[in-house]
Design a protein around this ligand. Structure first.
Ligand SMILES: [Zn+2]
Length: 301
């Protein structure tokens, strides 16, 4: 953390100042790899912050420097010293885990997986806090059951994001693939959805197609801020080589638990039954109303 806050980590942007060419982030290949980009705003890193206990929605426009960012978050956490300690502990271990995952991505060609990064960070801070008995109280706070609930239930996105859940059902004998796409707002209300079918060569191919289809549907609907959730494995990312581009400001969160993706799963099943394309706007089909309400959130009558 000291090296990160003093801006003396070997990011591409820092290496460029030593006349080593290319400052571009080798993972997303989109922006210069500054400390802030590497630890806060690289696309998959935003997935780590959102999926963590802290649940931050990244905002590239408003990140200034790492020290200002940390300072603003610790003051947001309230005046309690324990709460500030808790947030700083989680943030520090997440950043360490992100940095190590970046290393593996660049030098060992292992695609970063936000879920594993969060898990690795949690194991590290648990070890750390258990080795320091006086910090045990902080650890008990961190370890609350709420984390389990957070990671397995569908959650409404924060405004201005809409959440796009996608899923694919794939038949190995024919290659037929049903794709289900559901978009909901920050109140959990149904905005629009689509089912369609295509053919794919593998389950990984099918899952990748579902994400791409979902992003292009969201673009067609004119949505600009999209949070994509898919329960596909990180291996699907390999199909694309790099993350697909969505409308305006899209963030991809893959490998979510199936329980958090039941509606898209049910929609994919509709696609398989119907073998045709259907689009719903504002009102979900009656066959999905029951599944939508199981997420504990309202949907139009
Ligand atoms: Zn990047």
């Amino acid at each position: 953390m000291w090296r990160a806050l003093r801006n003396c980590l070997a990011t591409k942007a820092n290496l460029a100042s030593l006349h080593i060419p290319s400052s571009i982030c080798p993972i997303c290949e989109e922006n210069p790899e500054t400390i802030e980009h590497a630890l806060l705003t690289c696309l998959w890193v935003m997935g780590v912050w959102f999926g963590s206990l802290l649940g931050f929605i990244g905002d590239r426009q408003h990140v200034t420097s790492l020290d200002c960012w940390m300072l603003s978050l610790t003051s947001l956490a309230g005046s309690s010293k324990d709460e500030v300690n808790r947030v700083v502990t989680i943030m520090s271990f997440l950043m360490w885990s992100i940095w190590k995952a970046r290393y593996k991505a660049i030098f060992e060609q292992q695609l970063p997986n936000p879920g594993l990064v969060i898990q690795g960070a949690k194991e590290s801070w648990t070890d750390f806090l258990n080795s320091a008995p006086t910090l045990g109280a902080v650890n008990r706070d961190v370890d609350k059951e709420s984390e389990v609930v957070r990671s397995t239930l569908w959650q409404a996105p924060l405004t201005p994001y809409l959440k796009l859940n996608v899923d694919a059902a794939w038949f190995s004998n024919s290659g037929h693939t049903g794709i289900g796409i559901i978009i909901r707002n920050h109140h959990g209300e149904f905005k629009s959805g689509k089912v369609c079918w295509t053919t794919s060569m593998s389950v990984v191919d099918a899952e990748a197609r579902a994400v791409i289809e979902g992003l292009s549907f969201a673009a067609d609907q004119g949505y600009s801020h999209i949070w994509v959730e898919s329960d596909s494995k990180p291996s699907s990312i390999a199909v694309w080589g790099k993350l697909p581009r969505g409308p305006g400001n899209s963030i991809l969160h893959w490998d979510i638990p199936r329980e958090a993706n039941v509606v898209a799963d049910a929609a994919a099943a509709i696609a398989i039954r119907g073998m045709g394309t259907e689009v719903w706007v504002d009102r979900p089909p009656s066959s999905l109303v029951h599944v939508l309400s199981r997420d504990g959130l309202p949907c139009p009558p």
